[in-house]
Write a protein that binds this ligand. Sequence first.
Ligand SMILES: CC(C)(COP(=O)(O)OP(=O)(O)OC[C@H]1O[C@@H](n2cnc3c(N)ncnc32)[C@H](O)[C@@H]1OP(=O)(O)O)[C@@H](O)C(=O)NCCC(=O)NCCS
Length: 405
Amino acid sequence: MGEDLSSTLVVREFDLNKDRERVEAVERSCEVGPSGKLSLFTDMLGDPICRVRHSPAFLMLVAEIGGELVGMIRGCIKTVTCGKRLSRNGKHNNTNAKHVPVYTKVAYILGLRVSPNRRRMGIGLKLVRKMETWFRDNGTEYSYMTTEKNNLASVKLFTDKCGYSKFRNPSILVNPVFAHPARVSPKVRIISLSPSEAEVLYRHHFATTEFFPRDVDSVLNNKLNLGTFLAVPNESYKSDIWLGPDLFLSDPPHSWAMVSVWNSKEVFTFELRGASRVSRTLAKTTRVVDRALPWLRLPSMPDLFRPFGFHFMYGLGGEGPEGVKMVKALCGFAHNLAMEKGCRVLATEVSPNEPLRFGIPHWKMLSGEDLWCMKRLGEDYSDGSVGDWTKSQPGMSIFVDPREV
Ligand SMILES: CC(C)(COP(=O)(O)OP(=O)(O)OC[C@H]1O[C@@H](n2cnc3c(N)ncnc32)[C@H](O)[C@@H]1OP(=O)(O)O)[C@@H](O)C(=O)NCCC(=O)NCCS
């Protein structure tokens, strides 16, 4: 640390009226990712707490030096699945053996920013420590954060200084929204589920998936949730009427898949900066051609060099030999929904082991690998049947909560 900040640095709770503009100024000055390359800028649309406000409990802190706002951090707390165990009934009766989720209280850190001219002075570290105090005071067992794996400053801060270990590497899969609609196979039927129907299916099939939020009903009923969609082979449904989740679960088709869509466009926008004039012109040319000749269905690069909104697909899952085909149809459907709503990108995040990822169209140049780092906040919690979650092996799937994207 160059300058001794111990007496001048104050970390306190964010005050919307007092801090909003200054927080936005710091946000604008921060590029996330290595400098000198393409970087992503975020516009919170006048609401700096937008990325945590939909969680059951949240806090935003700011750092000040002599009245100058120099950094901020957001955190939220919720209860999620960290493992599974056999249900008590199942233990006595092997024929009905059923896995049930083991839940834990977990905290998530996001939106940590320090003004470029105030870096390497220990401000980031102080913000993280203060946030962890709030997590501990609220009985949180684990804390985690996500970052791009090449964000050295962030990775080193959390792993070298704060005791986090590298935990999971989900893939962020991003597809442009083209000017022409995507094709949805006519052999697949897409059914729109109500939030309560979606909840039944999610709790039945995904409750034991890592990071499944126990309050999935509040996610599904949130106004940002645009809907949950179920894909089934056309021939498996003789009737035109959807008979509800209970009948579906008692006699499911051989293959199916489901996904929910979250309207991140209402929360914040992104903008890519640092692209060369040549790249911009090339991208523009592809759009002009796509708009002029939509029937050719040529892939085009949307304008990501101005602020753009996106939709996020979450809760993706399914079963059966044609599960990947069902996912592909759902992604086509979600693409067309994003197109209708004026989004320029459709994104999702899945486990690297997710077998259904092969059905998700995406552009490699826009996609990437995320790094999730996790820390156990207290040693005196009961280990239960899961043990220390930070040391567990990854599962096939992961549930990425759209509230924290
Ligand atoms: C990541 C960030 C918040 C760090 O803030 P900071 O106030 O500079 O961090 P600190 O001074 O508290 O650094 C603490 C430790 O983190 C590590 N660290 C921080 N910046 C680093 C860098 N550029 N390179 C390598 N290690 C770094 C070091 O271990 C450092 O300890 P040291 O200075 O004794 O070597 C800041 O760089 C930033 O705002 N980056 C842009 C936004 C971003 O990437 N946020 C994280 C997304 S989750």
